[in-house]
Design a protein around this ligand. Structure first.
Ligand SMILES: Cc1cc2nc3c(=O)[nH]c(=O)nc-3n(C[C@H](O)[C@H](O)[C@H](O)COP(=O)(O)OP(=O)(O)OC[C@H]3O[C@@H](n4cnc5c(N)ncnc54)[C@H](O)[C@@H]3O)c2cc1C
Length: 494
């Protein structure tokens, strides 16, 4: 069967034009690209016809990032090739490969990707990096921003830049010197403005994929490094990411998890500080609604159904290279939690099957919770980042959240919130079901979350779903106009 490159029929555009978010637009046509030449061709055609183009990798975005009523450019299955070097410490992956496949290729080296979104089975390198994905493990330390080493980029004007090649950099300098100069001027502007510097530093101490990565201007002094790191989290608005070279992270072979049950959110919040002193890479909290959403999943402990109404569970993850080391980690965790009340003694599992079940269920929590929503409602997910010491304050505020939200927005039916904070990475997902959604309501949920202690929205904000949050988050001053950088980035067609 011939593999088509362009689809314009109603059925395929409907199917391919849908992503994991709640928003809907139907693309006029879908172009499948398998190489730089294909991307360049589509960009040039769109330039000629004045059409906008939106990129799609795995399509697992939740904030309307990959929907369009114009041209949708989908990365095809044959895009680019993989190069693994330095015994797995460096890995160049094409934009179309899934995170799971990348990790499968790295496994023989005992390495893995830093970013680990719960959607890693379907999410692809282009989307992972363009969304600055992280995930439960290591959160903001080993996210895309912090683990990229080089990138191949195609800008809207068709220019190709390989940041690993000095020849490519030299050629880019010849044609795009004004863009590089503007980036350096932005950097200077920020360096001369202590208020803005402080604001940027404080925003990026926590997880923050809210708009462009303005921390690039403070973290790097080389314009190519700034440019490459601005591409991270740019959600396809600055150019096309053709491939990414990652510094990989160790994948310790002995893994263990424990589901720890607490009588209340407040008690669980007391565990966060001690756990952050231990070798724990993830601590994912699930409130009672979240536990209800997964209690019928195969392999989940019977205990879940019998937990009291206020109980919550924390799923923690720890790993090591040796058995003895792992036992020391277990003891350390148990000792540090000795003063925190748990419903049952802490019990670790090293059984790979049970370990995989716990994390599969946790990673599927959003879909499980959404799957239980009443008919005719949609599910919205919201990420909020907060400082660890604000967490107890937030837990006091939480029980009243649902009713207060209903009162404020007038949404009465089928509205239920499910909270699943990632306590080590300091972010929280809250999912809520709505009957009718308007942007005011989407904004309201974020405002409500921020009230107890100035929580801030932390995820994927450049596209449709992020607009109300973007305006609420006070991010305006971080928008030096990138469109002033010249034709490569001024083209609003991306
Ligand atoms: C169940 C579920 C769980 C999730 N869990 C997490 C999580 O734990 N952490 C997290 O961060 N996110 C999470 N997400 C959100 C999303 O899955 C991730 O951000 C994911 O990395 C996106 O990858 P993707 O390949 O699906 O990208 P897509 O959705 O296809 O695209 C994402 C963005 O990148 C742009 N883009 C795609 N390819 C390119 C390219 N080659 N060049 C430039 N721009 C490009 C698109 O235009 C879009 O703006 C979750 C989503 C779901 C449905």
């Amino acid at each position: 069967m011939e593999i088509k490159k362009v689809y314009a029929d109603a059925l395929t555009t409907l199917a391919k034009g849908t992503d994991a978010g709640i928003y809907k637009l139907n693309p006029e046509r879908v172009e499948i690209v398998n190489c730089v030449r294909d991307v360049r061709r589509v960009l040039a055609e769109c330039e000629k016809t004045g059409k906008s183009v939106t990129f799609k990798a795995g399509g697992t975005s939740l904030s309307g990032q990959t929907i369009t009523d114009s041209v949708l450019m989908e990365i095809g299955p044959d895009y680019g090739k993989v190069e693994i070097s330095l015994n797995g410490h460096l890995a160049k992956f094409p934009c179309g490969i899934t995170g799971e496949e990348a990790n499968r290729l790295l496994k023989p080296y005992g390495r893995k990707l830093g970013p680990s979104p719960a959607s890693i089975k379907s999410a692809r390198i282009g989307g992972i990096v363009a969304n600055n994905s992280s995930g439960s493990g290591y959160g903001i330390i080993y996210n895309s921003y912090n683990t990229i080493q080089d990138m191949e980029i195609l800008l809207a004007d068709g220019t190709f830049l390989d940041t690993a090649s000095s020849e490519s950099r030299r050629n880019f300098m010849k044609t795009h010197v004004s863009l590089l100069e503007r980036l350096m001027n932005f950097r200077l502007e920020i360096l001369l403005n202590p208020d803005m510097q402080d604001r940027i530093l404080s925003k990026y101490e926590l997880k923050n994929t809210c708009g462009y990565g303005m921390n690039s201007f403070l973290d790097y002094s080389d314009p190519y490094d700034i440019l490459m790191h601005l591409m991270v989290g740019s959600e396809g608005t600055l150019g096309f990411i053709s491939s990414v070279t990652f510094e990989t992270v160790p994948d310790e072979p002995l893994k263990a998890s424990a589901l720890i049950y607490f009588p209340s959110l407040m008690e669980a919040s007391r565990a966060i500080g001690p756990l952050r002193q231990c070798k724990v890479s993830a601590a994912e909290l699930m409130d009672r609604n979240a536990l209800h959403a997964v209690e019928d999943e195969p392999g989940m402990p019977e205990i879940l159904r019998a937990l009291p109404d206020d109980a919550v569970a924390l799923l923690i993850d720890t790993a090591s290279n040796g058995e003895e080391e792992l036992q020391i980690q277990f003891r350390d965790i148990e000792e540090r939690l000795a003063d925190v009340q748990t419903l049952y003694p802490v019990s670790f599992t090293t059984d790979p099957k049970l370990y995989a079940t716990y994390w599969r269920v946790r990673n599927g929590l959003f879909t499980s919770a959404a799957g239980r929503r009443p008919r005719g409602t949609v599910s919205i997910i919201e990420d909020i980042a907060f400082r660890a010491h604000k967490f107890p304050l937030w837990t006091r505020h939480t029980p009243s959240g649902t009713s207060r939200f209903k009162r404020r927005t007038g949404v009465e039916n089928g509205m239920e919130m499910v909270y699943f904070p990632a306590c080590i990475t300091r972010t929280m997902g809250a999912s809520a079901d709505y009957e009718d959604v308007d942007t005011r309501q989407v904004g309201e949920i974020g405002r409500l979350m921020r009230e107890p202690g100035g929580l801030s929205r932390s995820s994927h904000l450049l596209r449709l779903g992020g607009r109300p949050q973007f305006l609420l988050s006070g991010t305006k001053c971080f928008r030096p106009s990138l469109s002033e950088t010249g034709p490569a980035w001024s083209d609003r067609r991306l």
